[in-house]
Design a protein around this ligand. Structure first.
Ligand SMILES: NC(=O)c1ccc[n+]([C@@H]2O[C@H](COP(=O)([O-])OP(=O)(O)OC[C@H]3O[C@@H](n4cnc5c(N)ncnc54)[C@H](O)[C@@H]3O)[C@@H](O)[C@H]2O)c1
Length: 258
C-alpha cells in the first residue's frame, strides 16, 4: 500500500542510526529526498549513492545545525530552491548532556532545550511554510518523553538517561498535539513516533550486560532492530495516514505498556 512517489521529503538527522534505514526505504518507495544532518559528508555521500541507485528521483544533501537558527533558515532556503515546496518533513535529531540532575547548570539545560525544543519547533514552522497545499510532519520523540528511565538498569560508571532529554521529548509530544490542532485547517498533519530502546551497537561494545537489562524491561523480551522504525515513519509520511493527526506511535516493544 505504501508509496511515496512524487513525495518531496526533507529529513533532519537523516543519516543517523535510525534515520538511515528509513531514508533508504523512502527512496525505494519513490520519494525525492533532502537529507539534512550535522554530518554533511555522510549525507552528501548517501544522496550520491541514492542518485545512482534511483536515477529518476531527486536527492540532495546539506549540513544543518538545528541548534543554530540561522543554519535552519539557510537549510530551508536550499530546500525551497531544490523542491519548491514540501510534502513531508521528518525530524530525527536529538541533543542531550551526559550529566546527572545535580551536575546540570542552567546554561547546559538551556542549550539542550534550545536544540531539541526550539530547534524542532523551527523545523516544523519552516516546513509548514513550504506546505501550501498541506503535508505531513513527523517528529521523533522517545519512550523517555512518557516514562522516566529506571535508574536500577544503569550501573556505574553509566549514568541514567539524562533529564534534559526526557524533558525535551515530553515537550515535543505536546508540540505535536498543539501543531496538529493549529495546522489541521491547512491540512498539515503533525504526528510523532516514540521509539523504545534501539541501542546502537557501536555505542555499546562491551556493554552486553546492559543490553540484557534493557531486554528484560521490554515485554517482547528484546531491544529494537534499527529497521523496525521504518514502517511507522513511512506510514505517517504517506497518504495511508491521511486521517491520522496529533498522534504519537509507540515503537517500543511494549516498554511503556506496563
Ligand atoms: N536509538 C534509540 O534507542 C532511541 C530511542 C528513543 C528515541 N530515539 C530518537 O530517535 C531519533 C534518532 O536517534 P538515533 O539513535 O538514530 O540517533 P543518532 O545520533 O544515530 O542520529 C541522529 C542524527 O541526527 C544528527 N544530529 C544530531 N543533532 C543534530 C543537530 N543539532 N543538527 C543537525 N543534525 C543533528 C546526527 O548527526 C545524526 O546523524 C532521535 O530523535 C532520538 O532521540 C532514539
Amino acid at each position: 500500500m505504501f508509496e511515496l512517489k512524487n513525495k518531496r521529503i526533507a529529513f533532519f538527522g537523516a543519516v543517523g542510526y535510525l534515520g538511515t534505514p528509513i531514508i533508504w526505504k523512502m527512496a525505494e518507495l519513490g520519494a525525492d529526498l533532502f537529507l539534512a544532518d550535522f554530518n554533511k559528508e555522510l549525507a552528501v555521500k548517501t544522496a550520491r549513492e541514492m542518485s545512482e541507485k534511483f536515477p529518476g528521483q531527486k536527492f540532495e544533501a546539506s549540513k544543518v545545525d538545528v541548534g543554530d537558527y540561522a543554519s535552519i533558515a539557510g537549510c530551508f532556503k536550499e530546500i525551497k530552491n531544490t523542491f519548491g515546496s514540501l510534502d513531508v518533513m521528518v525530524s530525527g535529531i536529538h541533543a542531550a548532556n551526559d550529566r546527572t540532575v545535580e551536575e546540570f547548570t542552567p546554561e547546559l539545560m538551556n542549550k539542550s532545550l534550545s536544540v531539541n525544543l526550539t530547534g524542532s519547533f523551527l523545523l516544523a514552522r519552516h516546513s509548514a511554510e513550504l506546505m501550501p497545499k498541506g503535508g505531513s510532519i513527523v517528529i521523533f520523540s522517545s519512550m523517555y518523553g512518557q516514562v522516566s528511565p529506571d535508574p536500577s538498569i544503569y550501573y556505574k560508571p553509566m549514568k541514567a538517561n539524562p533529564i534534559d532529554y526526557g524533558i525535551a521529548k515530553a515537550g515535543l509530544n505536546q508540540m505535536i498535539r498543539y501543531l496538529a490542532v493549529h495546522w489541521g485547517p491547512k491540512n498539515i498533519r503533525v504526528n510523532g513516533v516514540s521509539p523504545g530502546p534501539f541501542p546502537n551497537p557501536a555505542n555499546y561494545v562491551g556493554s552486553e550486560d546492559f543490553i540484557e537489562r534493557l531486554n528484560k524491561k521490554v515485554p517482547l523480551g528484546r531491544v529494537g532492530k534499527r529497521d523496525e522504525m521504518a514502517g511507522s515513519v513511512i506510514y505517517l509520511a504517506s497518504d495511508e495516514s491521511s486521517f491520522t493527526n496529533g498522534h504519537i506511535i509507540n515503537v517500543d516493544g511494549g516498554w511503556t505498556a506496563w
